[in-house]
Design a protein around this ligand. Structure first.
Ligand SMILES: Nc1ncnc2c1ncn2[C@@H]1O[C@H](COP(=O)(O)OP(=O)(O)O)[C@@H](O)[C@H]1O
Ligand SMILES: [Mg+2]
Length: 353
């Protein structure tokens, strides 16, 4: 199976100053649940997928095409692997950025074996011409291949083996409607709650042979941005810390390790904090437009929108308004700042109005 799909530029490692190494990726692979039963949380999505897969098995056909949408690290790649594994189907992995021409896609599609699961990660980044080819392939298991150039060019129809497309995207809003409509099922993955993250962590600790008490697990769970990938990475840092200092991986070790890596009490990392500081101190709490924000912190606006913002919204530090992103009172409190009156607001105390 090909590696490195998790390592594209959107899946930035938010907790680790060093980029994900081979060892990190191998570690991640080893911890991936292999069945729906092992997959923690996302109860709704799991139930929906289970039904879809079981129905397909009963009818002896390939399952409908599936779109998995959500921020990085919530389990999209893992679920794609599970879809293949549960049905005993072979899996082919590719990604949007690797499909820059219709020909790239034609080569993949024409070599699929019957029943194969085709996973296309970051599907919103696929070339337009390939997207159009995919419409027909998804609907009729057929593509038209252009042979020759210029006036003599002809299109030759080619039948494909029936397959299941599993697409993953961090930006479902960027998918053209005709593509979105051709998926039989779209799963929106949500951030995990702390109880679910504790399950992810205790499973990982068990697999690593690491003794971590409940209090320590809870502390990590509360500081991993609702994201299993980050939970597992932090657990590794805690293990390192305990090892180097020759001590137990208890709650003190967790706090010391996470402080060392700049993960604060809410789980905000450096980029989250840079974004919040910008909104609060440079723009007086907002509203700030996405692009302005991206330029101010020196990041791609895509990263801010797909990675940073969903979490900050989810924990109630910012809200999205038509005019831009606005800090909430909780944000001012978290950063220990006095809230500034929004522009044009009354400066008189309410009682005097
Ligand atoms: N529901 C889950 N239960 C247990 N571990 C999970 C779950 N979701 C994700 N993980 C862990 O998080 C890591 C990242 O998941 P991945 O599927 O690569 O996320 P995505 O593709 O959405 O970025 C995996 O290695 C896996 O160990
Ligand atoms: Mg992935």
């Amino acid at each position: 199976m090909s590696r490195g799909l998790d390592d594209d530029d959107l899946d930035v490692d938010l907790t680790d100053p060093v980029l994900a190494s081979e060892a990190e990726l191998a570690f991640e692979g080893a911890l991936r649940p292999r069945s729906l039963a092992e997959f923690v949380g996302q109860t709704r999505v799991r139930g929906q997928l289970q039904l879809l897969l079981t129905a397909a098995t009963l009818q002896q056909r390939t399952p409908d095409h599936i779109l998995l949408a959500g921020p990085p690290g919530l389990g999209k790649t893992t679920l794609a692997m599970i879809v293949a594994h549960e049905g005993g189907r072979p899996l082919r992995m590719s990604s949007g950025p690797a499909i820059q021409h219709a020909g790239d896609l034609a080569a993949i599609l024409s070599s699929l074996v019957p029943g194969e699961v085709l996973f296309i990660d970051e599907i919103h980044r696929m070339a337009r011409s390939a997207e159009e080819m995919l419409y027909l392939a998804m609907e009729d298991f057929r593509i038209d291949i252009m042979v020759g150039k210029g006036a003599g060019a002809t299109s030759v129809p080619l039948d494909l083996a029936p397959f299941t497309l599993v697409g993953a995207t961090t930006r479902s809003g960027l998918l053209p409607n005709p593509l979105r409509d051709r998926f039989g099922f779209t799963a929106h993955l949500e951030f995990y709650d702390e109880a679910e993250l504790e399950q992810v962590l205790s499973r990982a600790a068990r697999m690593l042979g690491l003794a971590v008490d409940g209090e320590a697990l809870a502390e990590i769970a509360g500081r991993c941005r609702g994201t299993p990938r980050i939970a597992n990475r932090l657990l590794r840092r805690v293990r390192d810390y305990a090892l180097v200092h020759g001590r137990d991986a208890d709650v003190e070790a967790v706090r010391a390790a996470l402080d060392l890596y700049d993960v604060d009490a809410l789980g905000l990392d450096r980029l989250d904090r840079a974004v919040m500081q910008t909104i609060l101190t440079r723009f007086g709490g907002g509203p700030v437009g996405l692009n302005t924000l991206a330029v101010s912190v020196g990041e791609e606006s895509e990263t801010i929108e797909a990675v940073v913002e969903p979490f900050l919204v989810r924990i109630g530090l910012i809200t999205r308004t038509p005019r831009g992103r606005v800090a909430t009172p909780a944000a001012w409190r978290h950063f220990g700042l006095a809230e500034r009156a929004p522009e044009g607001a009354a400066t008189l105390p309410i009682d005097d109005l």
